[in-house]
Design a protein around this ligand. Sequence first.
Ligand code: HEM
Length: 147
Amino acid sequence: GKDKELIRGSWESLGKNKVPHGVIMFSRLFELDPALLSLFHYNTNCGSTQDCLSSPEFLEHVTKVMLVIDAAVSHLDDLHSLEDFLLNLGRKHQAVGVNTQSFAMVGESLLYMLQCSLGQAYTAPLRQAWLNMYSIVVAAMSRGWAK
Ligand code: HEM
């Protein structure tokens, strides 16, 4: 219905530029919770947001997150088909020390990025549509986390 149209329409252009939009998201995330920086310890330890943003592995993770969102947008008609993938993804994040509240904070950062990128097109129904989809993704990841 309407929710899916809003999501697909807004993702059409954003999804073509995953890294810059993902960087806006994670910059916001580290503003909301700077402690999350310490969970990214690649070769170059992420001591500051700038260190993190200049680390190729970190930018790969940004791309990975955007690809999960992309998969959710592509599977809006059957999000259940992503269940096993998302359970496993939640479990992996449990193993690297990410807690489930942080998934919700990524959601807030996602909405922030949408607001920045969409301008006038960021409406209350669009916000709610994205929140609904992201909540389904996070619910599955959180079930995997708790297993
Ligand atoms: C893997 C951190 C949120 C998608 C990882 C890894 C870390 C990490 C340390 C392992 C190293 C790596 O692959 O780069 C975090 C932190 C998050 C977060 C601190 C903040 C809450 C998310 C979210 C998604 C996501 C919300 C997707 C919606 C992925 C994917 C992988 C991954 C696809 C690769 C898993 C694999 O190797 O199979 N994450 N993550 N992450 N993350 Fe995240």
